[in-house]
Design a protein around this ligand. Structure first.
Ligand code: FAD
Length: 386
């Protein structure tokens, strides 16, 4: 495939202009207060950028994934963090692809306008970890309701969401021929559910991520919360993963570019031993290496996004993009901290904050090992390792 990716310069400059109102001080204050970036998310919602992937017939912008990657990359390149709102952009994909007409027309226009926030996505559980086929949360049909019991962990942004997309077991693992069968996806309104079967407990973390653990105790949700067919939910979640991985890769690329720019600028200005530190090859080579790694990873992100937009299978490319971009951002983060010497540890430079934030991508939404396992098994034909 030719890599004739559009650069979306109009989108990029609009996003940059919006982000200019949210400088380092804004994020530092939120970090210190462990507060959610409400104003930033409001601005992004009102700009319509979070509805980029929703088709025009549902009042979204009807853009492709390549355009959406430009939005997220630019947010991160500006020093901001899209983690507080990126789920609003792509969690709706499960509804769009597998929801009924009533669910699509009922939810999507409101998600596009921001009237409904779909920011919460509950898959991970404490005891099953990456092996999502072993989740224990159950949803049992009872008349025109499902009764949900169990626990999720790392459910981010749920305190700032109106809706939740939930993966739960509707029949036991042992009763299904294949381990991924018997799980279902639900989309439900959490506003009436809190303290009515749904309990949320924030988790203190090394980054300001509004993440929580969630407990379901006989939570009753309407039967029409079910998306698609009962028992096919795991497949629906997998269907959304390529898009998520490609979008997150673009955040990594944005972070990497921010680190490279920040380090280059500091290395030009900071003078020690009577000359700019950037004149030393020991300082400039790691910056140049991080730059080259970022550009290479970006090619894979662009390729994956183009393939996704063309409707081609892109599991391998989406996974490689996520791994290469996360590695590039982490390499750039480490380089940037080193370039700043002791000042890299001072909060006012924002380097330590971005350093902490970008470390997450080695683990979430999928850890590097699992990507390597995917490539080994599905691309190289090696035996499955787990
Ligand atoms: C800040 C944050 C926000 C998150 N937000 C959400 C969210 O909104 N919704 C949600 O559902 N989840 C969310 N997650 C969960 C995230 O997707 C998981 O943490 C991630 O998938 C890894 O799962 P785990 O933490 O259970 O690690 P584990 O599965 O326990 O793995 C631990 C380590 O072992 C390695 N490992 C495990 N199995 C293998 C294997 N077979 N081969 C090689 N290595 C292996 C992993 O790579 C990892 O390094 C979030 C996590 C964090 C930290």
């Amino acid at each position: 495939m030719a890599l004739e990716s559009e650069n979306f310069e109009d989108i990029r400059s609009s996003v940059r202009a919006l982000c200019a109102d949210f400088p380092g001080e804004y994020w530092r204050k939120l970090d210190a207060d462990k507060a959610y970036p409400t104003e930033f998310v409001k601005t992004m919602t009102e700009s319509g950028f979070l509805g980029a992937l929703i088709p025009e017939e549902y009042d979204g912008s009807g853009l492709g994934l390549s355009a959406a990657t430009a939005i997220l990359e630019e947010i991160h390149k500006s020093g901001c963090n899209a983690a507080a709102c990126h789920a609003q952009m792509y969690t709706m994909g499960t509804v769009l692809r597998h929801g009924s007409d009533a669910q699509k027309s009922g939810y999507l226009p409101k998600i596009a306008s921001g009237e409904l926030r779909l920011q919460a996505f509950g898959v991970t559980e404490p005891s099953s970890g990456t092996d999502a086929t072993r989740i224990k949360t159950t949803a049992v049909k009872d008349g025109d309701e499902y009764v949900v019991n169990g626990q999720k962990v790392w459910t981010s942004r749920i305190e700032h969401s109106d809706l939740m997309l939930l993966l739960a077991r509707t029949s036991p693992r042992e009763e299904n021929e294949k381990r991924h069968q018997g799980m279902s996806v639900f989309l439900f309104d959490i506003r009436g559910a809190i303290d009515n079967g749904l309990t949320i407990r924030p988790i203190a973390t090394m980054i300001n991520h509004a993440t929580t653990e969630v407990f379901f105790d006989d939570l009753r949700i309407p039967a029409n919360s079910l998306i698609g067919e009962e028992g096919s939910g795991f497949k629906y979640i997998l269907d959304g993963m390529n898009a998520e991985r490609i979008l997150i890769s673009s955040e990594c690329i944005g972070d990497a570019r921010w680190f490279v720019e920040k380090a280059s600028s500091y290395a030009r200005d900071r003078s020690v031993f009577g000359r700019p530190i950037g004149q030393n090859q020991g300082v400039q080579f790691p910056i140049a290496k991080a730059y080259a790694a970022t550009e290479a990873a970006d090619l894979m992100v662009k390729k994956a996004a183009l393939m996704f937009d063309a409707g081609e299978p892109c599991g391998a490319e989406a996974n490689m993009a996520k791994m290469l971009a996360a590695d590039a951002s982490w390499q750039a983060a480490d380089m940037c901290l080193q370039t700043h010497g002791g000042f890299g540890f001072a909060e006012e430079y924002d380097v330590e904050r971005k350093f902490r934030e970008t470390r997450l991508y080695q683990i979430a939404p999928i850890s590097t090992n699992l990507i390597l396992s995917y490539i080994a098994e599905h691309v190289l034909g090696l035996p499955r390792s787990y």
